[in-house]
Ligand binder design. Structure first.
Ligand code: COA
Length: 216
């Protein structure tokens, strides 16, 4: 029996033009870590709530593995996340995720993403965000998708603008001990700027059954 028969998230596959996206398996982690090690952003920038890219060497590797294993282990209808590895023309380039709380009631979730620095600025971040929004709205039953980025992250804010999100306030954050403004964004299904390619999705039904069990 393949592990994907036992664990429905492993069945999700999203294809969109040059992109293939799927939940990473353990065998994908070395390739993902090689890209993370090569750099995700310029030194000194702090784009994430948890500054995981500040770590180096085995510290980065262990925190990366434990984060992904932890999210997998904690999955429940009340709290789940999907972290899709992203391959561009067959090459691993980064991760596009979405995380939720009380999804059967709230029908919302926040996207988060990163790309190896060498892959920035080519439209890949926009395309992978568009693709996960199609997965969320057309296949997983989302009624909205949110995003957030610090005010000094114009790349992430640029992606959100291009994909159709609208501003939804801002929050003051203590980021590594200093004040930072976190810009909140929200996307309604009718505002989604769809990608210029068809999006093909496999495996969504089994995942929906796992995280939205029907009342018996
Ligand atoms: C955020 C991220 C995924 C975006 O991916 P990307 O492939 O570089 O983004 P794209 O090329 O699709 O588009 C970025 C948009 O922002 C715009 N942008 C980039 N830098 C900008 C700047 N300094 N000022 C204004 N706009 C900017 C780009 O011009 C582009 O819009 P355009 O196509 O209309 O020109 C990538 O930059 C990344 O991994 N950053 C580090 C991790 C991170 O910040 N993750 C998000 C945490 S919230």
């Amino acid at each position: 029996m393949d592990i994907a028969e036992l664990w429905p998230p492993f069945r999700i596959r999203v294809a969109c033009g040059p992109l293939d996206m799927r939940v990473m398996r353990d065998s994908d982690f070395p390739e993902a870590l090689a890209v993370a090690h090569s750099g995700v952003h310029a030194p000194g920038r702090l784009p994430f709530y948890v500054p995981w890219t500040e770590a180096t060497g085995t510290d980065l590797e262990r925190s990366f593995l434990q984060y992904h294993w932890g999210e997998r282990a904690a999955l429940s209808p009340e709290r789940w996340s999907l972290d899709l590895g992203v391959w561009h023309e067959g090459r691993f380039v980064g991760v596009q995720g979405v995380s939720t709380r009380d999804f059967p009631v709230t029908r919302t979730g926040e996207t988060g993403s990163w790309l190896g620095q060498e892959f920035h600025g080519r439209g890949i971040g926009t395309l992978m965000r568009q693709a996960i929004c199609v997965l969320c709205f057309d296949h997983l039953g989302f009624e909205e998708v949110t995003s957030a980025a610090f005010s000094d992250n114009p790349e992430s804010l640029g992606v959100s603008r291009k994909v159709g999100y609208r501003a939804d306030g801002q929050v003051r954050y203590a980021r590594s001990g200093a004040l930072a403004t976190n810009i909140r964004l929200v996307l309604a299904p009718e505002d989604l700027v769809r990608p210029p390619y068809d999006v093909s999705v496999e495996g969504a039904d089994a995942f929906v059954e796992l995280v939205q069990p029907r009342a018996t």
